[in-house]
Design a protein around this ligand. Sequence first.
Ligand code: SAM
Ligand code: SF4
Length: 320
Amino acid sequence: MKDRFGRTIDYMRISITDRCNLRCAYCMPHAIPHLPHSDILRYEEILRVVRSAAGLGITRFKVTGGEPFARKGAADFIAALKAEPGVACVTVTTNGTHLAEALPRLVKAGIDGVNISLDAVDPERYRQITGSDRAEMVLHAIEQCAKSGIHTKVNSVLLEDNEDQIIPLAGLAQRMNVDVRFIELMPIGCGGEYSGPDAGAALNLLKEIYPGLAPVREVRGNGPAVYSADERLLGRIGFITARSCSFCADCNRIRLTSTGLIKPCLCDGGTVDLRALLRGGATDEKITAALISAVWDKPAAHGIVGGNVTERRRMNQIGG
Ligand code: SAM
Ligand code: SF4
């Protein structure tokens, strides 16, 4: 469906939990108070929203969190989502720490892609950023995922603390068939307390090792990443330039939080409360109408460039 600016909205990011087993400094550095189970949408409730969305032409879905595999039944939910009529594409974004157990179920479900977040290859650097010793485990999960034939992407946020990891992270795309995407740090939640290089600085560093790195015109997923290729790399290098270059003119998405809020824009605090509708006996038509109104209300652009971010939630509550 189209929003008021003529953009086609066909992609929904679904956060199934705000909880996470890692403590990434820029995202969720401390444990969070547990929300009562009843605050979180049940899987059946999410699937009801998906059916309404699919009826509107929103046919591509990303499952995210918090850490999606921290929620019981996540892999089965992903399989159920993939099997829904009208659902064309299902991918997941994970920190990779529980991926190995979920992988066989995801392969069987025919998942269309897995994004694995890894901000450092070096175990000590990884521990500094995430508070966890699981760098090796995540690297292994990335390798297993790529070997399984699933389209695998590595997501790395650009931080002052991991500038020395940019080259080793890109090296993953040389060792195996994965795309490595560098994401500019956004001033959302705890992200506002940190800083990091922009994509241009990262590209300059990468060109010292991969001088042939050149942009390619390829669509490799649902997102705003722009990709570059080098003959020495099996996968692509991607950049998500939320800060240095607004990609809002091509925005294609809305978000559903684990508590049932539809977020028309990542950086805008405005939401539509679907949980109240779902639990208040709303008909399918009412759910559909709420989605239409959320899409219609999408702002023209996020406020990062103008310093006008009104979202006060943390990224683990939004899903990235
Ligand atoms: N836990 C999963 C993971 O880490 O992939 C899924 C949720 S996490 C919020 C989704 C993505 O958002 C991760 O790649 C994470 O690095 C990224 N992220 C979190 N905070 C960010 C920020 N302030 N700016 C840019 N990306 C951020
Ligand atoms: Fe957890 Fe992902 Fe946030 Fe890290 S970025 S704390 S893994 S939700």
